[in-house]
Design a protein around this ligand. Structure first.
Ligand SMILES: [Zn+2]
Length: 147
């Protein structure tokens, strides 16, 4: 059992309850603030060159099992970025013909890559197809909400 904090009224209650006992806000609408629930995946996006998993306090970009057609070809496994490190999320929606991308900007982190890599070669960027537009947007919104 984990305790969660109701965003509506601030009361702490069990995540097993269907809603906040104080104000009735449904549990599934509540962003978990307990450390116990940090390991749950909130959203996951299956991209063309990687997968983005959104947790309560971080994102993980997984490249395993993806053929990374990167200029550098040097992506080593998974990358964790804590939400409070992310200063901006750039999102370009995919069309039927062109892949979209979601890029996580980290102060200092992306700067040194400028001029060396294209946006699509950035290790903090994941390309995706049209069917992932919705989840990509949800991830962006959730990050701004959570951090
Ligand atoms: Zn409440």
């Amino acid at each position: 059992m984990a305790l969660i904090i109701c965003p509506e009224c601030g009361k702490e209650f069990s995540d097993k309850a269907p809603s906040c006992p104080n104000c009735g806000c449904p549990t599934h609408n509540i962003v978990y603030s307990s450390r116990d629930s940090f390991s749950d995946i909130l959203l996951s996006l299956k991209g063309v060159n990687g997968q983005v998993e959104l947790y309560h306090n971080k994102i993980v970009i997984r490249r395993k099992g993806f053929i990374a057609k990167m200029g550098s070809g040097l992506f080593k496994g998974d990358k964790e970025i804590f939400l409070d490190q992310i200063s901006a999320v750039q999102l370009k929606k995919a069309s039927a013909l062109i892949s979209g991308y979601i890029q996580f900007t980290i102060p200092g982190g992306n700067e040194k890559l400028k001029g060396i890599f294209e946006a699509t070669d950035d290790e903090n960027t994941v390309m995706f197809r049209k069917d992932q537009n919705k989840v990509a947007e949800e991830i962006k919104n959730m990050i701004y909400q959570l951090r």
